[in-house]
Write a protein that binds this ligand. Structure first.
Ligand code: ZN
Ligand code: ZN
Length: 273
């Protein structure tokens, strides 16, 4: 067992580029022994008609086909990235119960009635408004962490990368109380903290932000972590995961939660050279 990738997107996400079978080929090439396909289900946006519905049956069949073709070479795990479940809790609950994914990521891409942070512009926005938006995203993640069946909390710093794109930044120390509330909820539910490599890979986010977050999680008693590329194209699967392991170890972690058939399991962080 070397590299594993717990966060990837296929063509069953509106913004994913490759089929699960193509993803297995790339994973094998990039030295990834196991990865989860975690396509987007932003449940509020789907129910409001902003995003197309998720083709759960098509995605399941595509992952099964890939799993058969790559049996014994690459393990592909059927997962999902569930966005904003606390905005539509009963529908989100029914969706998870019906689909029984092996790996479930919880994330916050948008607040109620507010567009995805990806689409927002922060140039000229008053600091107080930026602080409020970020604080609300952490509060929403706190609700998500308490949602039964969420294995890991993804990209907790998601709004920051788009603030940075607008040339703005936030002092993370101002939000320690909010992070502690989130981490308390995660400790209570058993959810892991994800080290998300996407914005680091693209240069939108400095390592210092993720290191800060990992340290705070560790200081709060958090020991459960996941590491995912958030690849939207197959060739990105596994990229920089080894570097992620180094940062996890530097923050004090010695184990990692990885996707597996029947549910995630914890293993020692692999030594990769
Ligand atoms: Zn996401
Ligand atoms: Zn994602």
């Amino acid at each position: 067992m070397l590299l594993t990738d717990s966060h990837t997107h296929s063509i069953y996400s509106f913004d994913g580029q490759n089929t699960p079978t193509e993803m297995c080929a790339a994973a094998e090439k990039n030295g990834v022994s196991a990865f989860a396909v975690t396509d987007h289900v932003d449940i509020d946006c789907i129910l409001d008609g902003l995003y197309p519905p998720y083709d759960a049956d098509g995605a399941r069949r595509a992952v099964e086909t890939a799993a058969e073709a790559y049996a014994g070479r690459v393990e592909i795990i059927r997962g999902v990235e569930l966005g904003q479940p606390s905005l539509r809790p009963s529908e989100a609950r029914a969706f998870l119960d019906e689909n029984r994914f092996d790996f479930v990521i919880g994330s916050c891409h948008n607040l109620a009635g507010v567009p995805d942070f990806y689409f927002m512009r922060f140039e000229g926005m008053p600091d107080a408004q930026m602080h409020s938006l970020f604080r609300r995203s952490l509060a929403q993640l706190t609700e998500t962490a308490s949602f039964d069946g969420i294995h890991t909390i993804a990209h907790a710093l998601y709004p920051l990368r788009y603030m940075a794109r607008s040339g703005r930044t936030l002092d993370l120390d101002l939000f320690e109380k909010d992070f502690r509330a989130l981490f308390d909820a995660m400790l209570a539910s058993g959810a892991a903290l994800e080290l998300n490599m996407k914005a680091i890979r693209t240069g939108e986010e400095p390592w210092a932000w993720e290191d800060h977050l990992l340290k705070l999680w560790y200081d709060c008693g958090g020991r459960r972590v996941t590491c995912g590329t958030d690849a939207h194209k197959a060739s990105d699967i596994g990229i920089m995961i080894a570097e992620g392991y180094t940062h996890l170890r530097a923050a004090g972690f010695d184990k990692i939660l990885i996707p597996a058939a029947g549910g995630p399991r914890e293993i020692p962080i692999p030594q990769v050279n």
